[in-house]
Write a protein that binds this ligand. Structure first.
Ligand SMILES: Cc1cc2nc3c(=O)[nH]c(=O)nc-3n(C[C@H](O)[C@H](O)[C@H](O)COP(=O)(O)OP(=O)(O)OC[C@H]3O[C@@H](n4cnc5c(N)ncnc54)[C@H](O)[C@@H]3O)c2cc1C
Length: 336
């Protein structure tokens, strides 16, 4: 019975992995650690990108029975290449994930399913997750790693150029455009921190006020930093070259930069945490799930990792670190 179940789980571990790789997975010398009923998983992970797969890796290595649900829409899918991830610098993000999934396929206790999780019910030691396919799966713990969605403003050319001419993060893509002429879309008082940050990459910065009421002392600060401020609301962004942008304003003026940085608001990719009433914290660009130092949310047995629970610096590296931590703490919480 146990061996048959192992083979079935390994055969199902196929998200994004060619069937030949999945078929190479089963190793009858490996066994699954959990001692619960065979239908009860140890952990359900919702969101199988950087954070979720990092959680699965730790749990799978501890031979805990894990199901990962994923819909394959990771946040940086608009970017051609991902930067700043040790060992994976300057690679397409989808390649990094494909390699991770391939490596996870060798763990018989990890099952990866290409499906959306629609709801969560139950309490610690007996959670149930209902998927969009109508399947109900149970587990003792849940890790939420379903990320966030950036909310594209209603500006022509913004969404179309997101990830190429319009980007959010200098650590992700700044090196490639260092010393060029940067633009920044002002999104609130916190934007002055970006202006200060950008000095490490360029001395040529133009700030687009985009209809914000910017205080006189902030204007003086920008002037002292030789960062011209252009007032007016942005109506259109037109890409030129590989990443340059022309910014058109409702005043009739326009400006051209080599790259434009912007920080649109974001929201969690799913509302499962809402239905559970999990505690959140406010950030300048959205909300993040509140977790303790063991990555447990306000509901015992539910953990959160990655951009969904990262009010600090969202990145692939922090998502992997938080996911690995959530996996380890979830596993340790089940020790007898
Ligand atoms: C344009 C752009 C460029 C970036 N470039 C870089 C870079 O170069 N370097 C870097 O370190 N960071 C970069 N980032 C940040 C990086 O993308 C995120 O920090 C990282 O993707 C967060 O990982 P995550 O696992 O928390 O969430 P995500 O990668 O967003 O993954 C969440 C996963 O959950 C799935 N999901 C959502 N809802 C459900 C559901 N209900 N059921 C099942 N699955 C669900 C989604 O489909 C997705 O696969 C960039 C971001 C953007 C927007």
């Amino acid at each position: 019975m146990r061996r048959r179940t192992l083979l079935k789980l390994a055969a199902l571990s196929t998200i994004g992995v060619p069937s030949t790789q999945a078929a190479a997975t089963p190793n009858s010398s490996l066994s699954i650690r959990n001692s619960e009923s065979i239908t009860m998983n140890d952990v359900i992970i919702i969101g199988g990108s950087f954070a979720g797969l990092a959680a699965a890796l730790q749990l799978g290595r501890a031979r805990r029975k894990v199901i990962v649900f994923d819909t394959g829409l990771q946040r940086n899918r608009f970017a051609g290449r991902s930067h700043g991830v040790l060992g994976h610098d300057d690679k397409p993000p989808s390649d990094i994930l494909a390699e991770a999934r391939q490596q996870l396929a060798r763990y018989p206790a990890i099952k990866m399913v290409n499906a959306r999780a629609d709801s969560i019910s139950g309490t610690i030691d007996n959670f149930s997750v209902l998927t969009g396919d109508g399947e109900t799966v149970s587990a003792r713990r849940v890790v939420l790693s379903y990320g966030v969605v950036d909310q594209m403003p209603d500006v022509r050319g913004f969404a179309e150029n997101w990830g190429t001419s319009v980007i959010p993060c200098p650590y992700c893509d700044g090196f490639e455009v260092a010393d060029q002429h940067w633009g920044l879309v002002w999104s609130g008082p916190q934007s002055i921190n970006q202006v200060r940050l950008f000095h490490d990459w360029t001395d040529r910065l133009t700030v687009f006020g985009n209809g914000h009421d910017i205080a006189a002392d902030t204007r003086a600060d920008l002037a002292a930093r030789h960062a011209p401020l252009v007032d007016g609301r942005i109506t259109e962004i037109v890409r030129h070259g590989s990443h340059g942008a022309t910014i058109k304003l409702d005043t009739g003026a326009e400006g051209a930069v080599d790259i434009l940085f912007a920080h649109p608001r974001n929201k969690p990719s799913a509302s499962l945490h809402d239905a559970l009433g999990l505690a959140t914290v406010n950030t300048p660009t959205g909300i993040a799930l509140k977790t303790d130092e063991r990555r447990e949310t306000s509901m015992p047995g539910i953990y959160a990792a990655g951009d969904l629970a990262n009010p600090g610096i969202p990145s692939v590296t922090t998502a992997i670190w938080q996911g690995a931590s959530a996996g380890i703490f979830a596993q340790q919480s089940m020790l007898t």
